[in-house]
Write a protein that binds this ligand. Sequence first.
Ligand code: ZN
Ligand code: ZN
Ligand code: FE
Length: 758
Amino acid sequence: MNRARFLIQGIVQGVGFRPFVYGLARRLGLTGYVLNNSNGVEIVLEGPKDRILDFEKQLLSSPPPRARIIQSEKKWEEPVGISEFTIKESCDLDTTYALISPDIATCPDCLKELHDPDNYRYGYPFINCTNCGPRFTITYRIPYDRKNTTMARFTMCPVCQRQYDDPSDRRFHAQPNACAICGPEVILYKNDGTIIETEDPIGSLAMELKRGRSALIKGLGGFHLACDATNSQAVKNLRYHKEREEKPFAIMVPDMEWAESLCELTEADRDLLTCFIRPIVIAPRKPDADICPEVAPGQKTVGMMLPYTPLHHLLMEKVSRPLIMTSGNFSDEPIIYRDDVAKKRLAPFVDYLLLHNRDIYARCDDSVVRTFRDKPYIIRRARGYAPDPLLLPWKSEKTILACGAELKNTFCILKEDRAYISQHIGDLKNPETLDAFRHSLDHFKQIFKLEPEIIAYDLHPDYQSTRFGLEETGDLPKIGIQHHHAHIISVLAEKGIKERVIGVSADGTGYGEDKKIWGGEWLIADFKSFKRLLHLKYVPLLGGDKAVWEPWRMALSYLYPLVGELLVDLPLGCITRVTTENWPVLLKMLRTGLSSPLTSSMGRLFDAVSAILGIRLESHYEAQASMELEQVSEVITDCSYPFEIKGENYPLQVDPAPMIEEILWAVLKKEPVSKIGGIFHNTIALMIREACRRARDESGLNKVALSGGVFQNMLLLNLSADYLEKDGFTVITHSQIPTNDGGISLGQAVIAAEKLKN
Ligand code: ZN
Ligand code: ZN
Ligand code: FE
């Protein structure tokens, strides 16, 4: 007889850990107990040594599916002769290291019960168990207990209570446990607020959606606007109401068969679509895909997801076709998650409202992921990922709050070796999003007991996140972090690599140390500091921020140095769109630099080329011009345009002017844009490699980290990584956090931690 005590840390509460341990111990004939303690889960086992070791092996190699064991310790002790295995109640938890699980998609067991007419919860849209269901979005504070969630108002019926109390049951301590008798219910409304009396609200709504009607549907972390994705008119109507946006809409498909029929999927895409996170996966659309073009105008890809709540499963089965499922929000605002706000602001745009009475406490958008070299490449990190911390292989001495960037904002709280990155919050340009930021920050502090001691912020003085960091955090010490330094370190941090590298930040905007707008940068960077070795040659951002939304302005900036005032007569769309009376002031700006700050942005170079090619002169959403340029471009690797690298001293300047000249000629000769776009992408990839070679010559470094929003462009990312690797570089790319500004907060936090060490 032996006795061992295990201390397990990680995501081990609220994910069916104790029932799992209970079952495993009993199967192996071991006695002892399991309980939640201050650091996670504590297990005491008594029995033959080989069986205890077998237990350990099985627990560590295949823990319950949603658990994440970060650390496990074992101690041998003197056996005392326990007669059975029990789950011990634990009270008064110091939950310093306990983690709240992200929300989890409906598990196969619950799904089976949902469809079993003999089951107690047959057809119940809120069925869940310890392996699935809402977590993060319903929890106000720790410990993760029903009374601390939005389920508190529902009193369990005797059946639910019995299961909740039974250690051998799948619903043992499943906090959102509920049934049709005692739990939340769905109600279908007309858009004027009148309740539709029906036995089957989900079925009734499905009928209406099939007839081309639209609906507001309350989900897990917010509201969706929904309509039939195969019905052109229905999608057009929804688009019209959503402020005529052209942004691609995400769709939900009933099952994998549908997913396969719409998109070319790789094995990695399939894994992502079906995993318990259930993100939106962006994949190439098949030519004969049965969805209307209005779903994603100008795009060759579609973002789709599978149902992830029982409500979605029931709805999708009844609709049996893809539905638009786009976040219920207005451009730039965070997703709406409260019933009263949704009713007031979104109801006028739809025919029906499918609501339920389980409140959402934390808003959380759908996550968006694509795959790069068969690994996830996260575009938006939210539902299913947040609030899971990233575990770093080193520790920060202080607790640091990094406020993130302005667009696609997230914040990050770094404590010891854990980086708690918030869910995607959005664009902090308006008060609603800033409120969402504050609410989310308070929530994270609550559920993880975090108290920041140091503030890290972006150098851009006008970012709302910067203002928050400087003005709303009292007299805590503050550290400003350069934007592109943060990008580069964010990719190293997520990979646990702490060394000096060559960093390529291909980005839209980022405040530089010289107060200019950086964004095409080659840095030598470590966690403490960086040196700017090369950058794209500065060009004027014609008319300032307007140029971000009006790519034709960037076309003028790039063309003017080549042709001077002959510009006015070029037979290009980006020129002819300018009215005669506007020319004098534009030319004056080009001649003098008036109202045109200088930028080395890679994103703006893509915008300029998109406009010169006549693909997009004005963008209606961030990076639209660049995205559409990527979509029309062929893959070309045997042809490129010239460019120059200039300068005596660092930083050297990478000058794309010779390329722009060739592109201009090609356009005038009416060469196909797909070809010009393809050669352009190839040229930028070669430019990245050439500049990295210079950086290698200077530094002797051979590792290249790629980050920044422009690397959401998969054509560029693939070409760049291939060229660099063929040239002997080791290439580091993102997989766990976004390459866009959603990753900035992590970079800021780890840089601040390192700078503090002096
Ligand atoms: Zn389940
Ligand atoms: Zn019940
Ligand atoms: Fe950026």
